[in-house]
Structures are given as C-alpha cells and as structure tokens.
Ligand binder design. Structure first.
Ligand SMILES: *Cc1c(COP(=O)(O)O)cnc(C)c1O
Length: 457
C-alpha cells in the first residue's frame, strides 16, 4: 500500500491501523544539514521520505502553503521559547484552531485535496473528536473541492470554545454530529462504520482523525524541528514532555527517535491515567466509557489510546498476529499485561510517565505565568508539571498543545483573569450553531452518512 492510499483510506479494511513497512534511512549528516531549513522545507524533506509514491512538487507546494506565516502567524511556524531552568516550550498551537492538531491537519487538508484531484475522486471523511481534532480537521477542509466531512463529537463534553469553533462552521461540505455519550463511544462508532467495508466503499469513506498514518507522519516533523533548534550537532539527549490522550502526538515522537534522534520522552496524562499505568506497570487496562473522568484538560479525557496499538506493534517487532491476540484479550477482559515482555523493560530507558491533576495544572499555569510571563493552557500544563517532576539533568522541551484562550475557565481559576484571546476569535461563542444531536447508535450515524453522501445535506 502506498502512503497516499494509507492517507486516503485511513483505517485498514479489517479495522487495523497502518504503519510503514520500513522506516526511511536518514543519516546524522542529513539531520545536521536540515538544521538550516525552514519549517516548510523540513516538512517537505521528511514527508517525501515517507511518501516516495507522491509527486515531490505536490508535497513541496502543500508544505509551503500549510506551514506559512499566513496560517501559523510567524515564519518560524513552531517557535521555541525559553522558560526558567533549561526548560523550553515548543509552540505548536499557533494555527487556525489554536491547538497542535493544526500542525498535521493543515498539511493533510492540502495533500488530501491534491491527491483526490489527481485521482478524479471525492472523499467523505468520517471522524470522531474529543474537541481539538475535529475542529482542526474541519477548519483544514472548509471549502476543499473533493472532500466532505462528517464529524462526531461527545455532546456537552467539549469546551465551550471548542464547541463554538466547530459548530459555528457554516460550510456546505462540513457536518457536525454530536453524540449523546463520551468520546470513546464516538470513536467506536467511527470504527464500526469503517469496519463495514462495503458501506465504506459505497460512500468513499476515509478518516483524518488521530489514527491516520499521514497525520502521524506530519507530526514527526516538529520533533525533528524542536530537536534541531536546541541541539545542532545531534549529539546530546534531549528530553521532551508530551501531554497525551490518544498517544498520537507522542507516537510520532517515538518514530523521530527511531529515525535516529536521541530523545527521551516524558509522557503526561491527566486523571485519566491509562497510559501512565501502562508505562509504570506494563498493564494496559482500558476503562469503560462511563469511567472516563471529566477533567480541566478535556482533550486528554480518554479511556483507551487508539494509537497505542502502533507502539505495541513496534514492541512486538511488527508481529501483527501477536498484536491481534492482545487486542482479542483486551476485548475479552479489558486488559493485557506486557510486564514480562522482553521489550517492556527497554522502554523505561527512553520513555517515562506521570499523572497530573487539576490542582497541579492550576499551580503550573500560575507558576509559568509568574516565572516566565507566558500563559499556558491546561494540557500543556500537564506536560510541564509531569516533565519537571520526571526530568533528569539536561534540557527539557515541553510541547505546547493548545493556547490558553481555548480553556478560559481554568485560566480564570489559576490567574484570576481570562486568557488573552486573538482578535479573530472575538464573539465566537455568540455565532449561530450548525450541529445535529443523535444517540450513540451506529444506525443513526449511518443514516446521516447516507444523507450526506446522497448530497442531501
Ligand atoms: C489532542 C490533544 C492532546 C492529546 O494528544 P494525543 O495525540 O491524543 O495524545 C493534548 N492536548 C491537546 C490540547 C489536544 O488537543
């Protein structure tokens, strides 16, 4: 399967996730030479290695258009800012929806559209979002000729700002579906739709949520970018703290490491600590949807981590059968245990984890505002808190995953005043809403898809 095919189809016909058969071979000299590239140039180099099947000029154009000052507010695209204590903040949320999801999605919207135009095809994107992915995907797809979007979100469980950002979109090719349930139920509905190969083919359904391989590929770029800003010469280990929900962001980091960058990861969860538990104990224990805790870092309120399957696959040396058996065990008993797996002990050498809490994120937002004069969002604060708690000596880069403006209530609690809000978002919550609320029922979702596919929406 080519990169373009994996991008367009999203999930494999059996519901599995795509991973590359082999990783590109990138030498230390190449990494060093990349230190002088702009973000857009670096992105094109990296994507071209993963997508040898795609036309290089198409990749160059898409990267130049996506990673521009017009879209990300500065020529740097992802600026690195210094905090106290040899700690750094990699700003990934200067895109149109103020969350790091834009880093991949702005590229994907353009690559998708170009590839579909080349094939003379149209695509119906069906996705699930806990708030930021959907908003980011929708904003990347508005007005794209060959793409329609049906986006499922958990009704009442995304922030006011996120809801307003999605539901205020008034574009004929974007449909918002709010599900009476939690994010994992929305995700399961999308998986069910994708598991029906005939239905999927009939309506040309694809995905651009966090399980799309192309999205992971685009996210690898900012790990390399961040690393090269701090360590030209590529010879010292840099720690990176990543706030995590679906394991999508940090999984891209693990690929950057396998490409040769000496990175040590610090994974941060909120109170929904499925992944922290795994990295501490080797036990992966998913929770029922009803046990998901609603927190003040809602984009990480997740009971199971869909991209985690890819790490387990890598741990098993690409043995899909072993992974299939583990997921069957998961379906039976909601858990599996890798503590005795030879690869598990090795993980601890380069990935450690921790759990944040509401009190810790509020304290961290306050501390960074006082010490550095920067207002960070609650998810980023989870990463900064766990990063500082689990770091060893040497520089620590904390990935900023959203802007504080999206999570006003928590910022008011921490700082006594609302976060700064970019001018173009004034009055966002007052705009008219375009959303349909339905039960967490696959038949209802199918009915909507059939309507949209028939062009009646
Ligand atoms: C999506 C998101 C996360 C979690 O990212 P994953 O790729 O799911 O691990 C963290 N913070 C914010 C603000 C997000 O939007």
């Amino acid at each position: 399967m080519s990169f373009a095919d994996a991008m367009i189809t999203g999930l494999a016909p059996d519901g599995g996730l795509y991973v590359p058969a082999a990783l590109p071979d990138i030498s230390i000299e190449e990494f060093e030479a990349w230190a002088s590239l702009s973000y857009a140039e670096l992105a094109a180099e990296v994507i071209a290695r993963f997508a040898p099947d795609m036309d290089r000029a198409t990749i160059d154009e898409a990267c130049a258009a996506a990673y521009s000052a017009a879209v990300f507010g500065s020529a740097d695209v992802a600026p690195l800012a210094a905090l106290v204590d040899d700690t750094w903040l990699l700003h990934l949320s200067n895109g149109p929806t103020l969350a790091f999801k834009d880093m991949a999605m702005q590229l994907l919207g353009r690559l998708f559209d170009a590839e579909l135009a080349r094939r003379g095809e149209k695509l119906l994107v069906v996705g699930a979002t806990s708030g930021d992915t959907g908003s980011s995907a929708e904003h990347a797809m508005i007005g794209r000729e060959n793409i329609r979007v049906v986006m499922l979100s958990p009704w009442g469980r995304v922030s006011e700002f996120q809801a307003a950002q999605m539901y205020s979109i008034d574009a004929p090719n974007i449909v918002n579906l709010a599900i009476e349930g939690v994010f994992d139920q929305a995700q399961d509905l999308v998986k069910a739709i994708n598991g029906d190969a005939a239905f999927k083919a009939q309506h040309s359904i694809g995905a651009v949520n966090s399980i799309n391989w192309a999205r992971v590929a685009a996210q690898i770029v900012y790990y390399i970018w961040g690393y090269l800003r701090l360590a030209p010469g590529v010879d010292r280990v840099i720690q990176m703290a990543v706030p995590t929900g679906n394991f999508g962001n940090i999984y891209a980091g693990t690929i950057a490491r396998r490409l040769g960058l000496p990175i040590r990861f610090i994974l941060a969860t909120n109170e929904n600590d499925v992944l922290d538990e795994f990295f501490r104990t080797g036990v992966y224990r998913v929770r029922p949807g009803a046990q998901v805790v609603e927190t003040s870092s809602p984009s990480m309120d997740i009971a199971k981590a869909s991209n985690f399957e890819r790490l387990v696959y890598d741990l098993h040396g690409g043995d899909g059968g072993a992974v299939g058996a583990l997921w069957e065990e998961l379906a039976r008993s909601r858990r599996f245990d890798l503590a005795a797996h030879p690869g598990f002990a090795g993980l601890a050498e380069w990935i450690v984890s921790g759990t944040s809490s509401h009190a810790r994120r509020v304290e961290t937002i306050r501390r960074v505002a006082v010490e550095d004069g920067i207002v960070i969002d609650p998810h980023t604060a989870d990463g900064v808190w766990v990063g500082r708690a689990r770091r060893t000596s040497g520089p620590l880069i904390c990935l900023e995953t959203a802007q504080a403006a999206k999570f006003g209530a928590t910022i008011v609690e921490a700082l006594g005043q609302p976060p700064p809000r970019p001018a173009e978002f004034a009055g966002l919550e007052e705009r008219a809403r375009h959303v349909t609320v339905i039960g967490a029922d696959v038949a209802e979702v199918r009915a909507v898809i059939e309507t949209v596919a028939a062009g009646r929406s």
